[in-house]
Design a protein around this ligand. Sequence first.
Ligand SMILES: Cc1cc2nc3c(=O)[nH]c(=O)nc-3n(C[C@H](O)[C@H](O)[C@H](O)COP(=O)(O)O)c2cc1C
Length: 270
Amino acid sequence: MAQNNSTKKILGVAFALCIVCSVIVSTAAVALRPLQMLNQELDRKTNILNVANLYESGMDVEAAFGKVTPRVVNLETGEYSAQHDPETWDGFEARRDPAASRTLSGERDPAGLTRVENYVTVYLVGDPDDPEQIILPIRGQGLWGLMRGFLSVEGDGNTIVGITYYEHAETPGLGAEVNNPRWQAQWEGKQVFDEAGDLTPAIRVAKGSASNEHEVDGLSGATLTSNGVTNMLQFWLSPEGFGEYLAKFRSGVSQGQAESADVELEAQGA
Ligand SMILES: Cc1cc2nc3c(=O)[nH]c(=O)nc-3n(C[C@H](O)[C@H](O)[C@H](O)COP(=O)(O)O)c2cc1C
């Protein structure tokens, strides 16, 4: 009779255990995928409500998100796209497609993005034809890696409501203070542009204390992260980013865009 501690038996048991464990892990991964997707979606909606000052702890996020309308914007023209369904449009995939994105370098890439998609989803609070707030996704390099977040501006396309980051690799107590509510509170009411006709955004994180309506205080001991925030806002609020789109709100000609996009989407059966 073979001994229980023979090499063959030990290897056999180890192998069987490996198979059982890998089956359990892969089943769990596949079974939990839909739940993960649901949680990601809930997290995205929570962040959007948060930057719009509409989030309260314990609230029904899905119900509150009812007053938020997603739209896909053509960055070049600043118009809403009739070809892209905001529910399914995936900017991440678009960045890997040379036909759906463009390269950035040098001065045209202050946020260190290298590539940007041609169409981006924005979120409108209230009446989409005359929104109370326009929520823009922003991303750019911090000190340790890419930072992703949202910036909300009022329907005038100029006055900031809030900023939040849902993904970053900055150091707790230093760069990660971007999510400190006291620092975030300073953004409310700040003005993106100086003069009505300006294309270059004036908003920035100051080195030290803010001295005007286009500045917020620098993060103490985290100048490099602060610069990253300024750089990504310089990019996303310029004509390379949402500049053309915001210009329509600043000049008051945005009304009716969303309605026409709806009609075209319906016509295409999207
Ligand atoms: C371990 C470690 C982590 C740091 N993390 C950050 C950070 O997340 N963001 C940042 O801007 N600076 C960070 N710094 C500091 C930067 O190296 C740099 O000194 C700082 O940004 C300069 O800002 P100041 O001029 O306000 O002092 C870190 C430094 C060390 C040693």
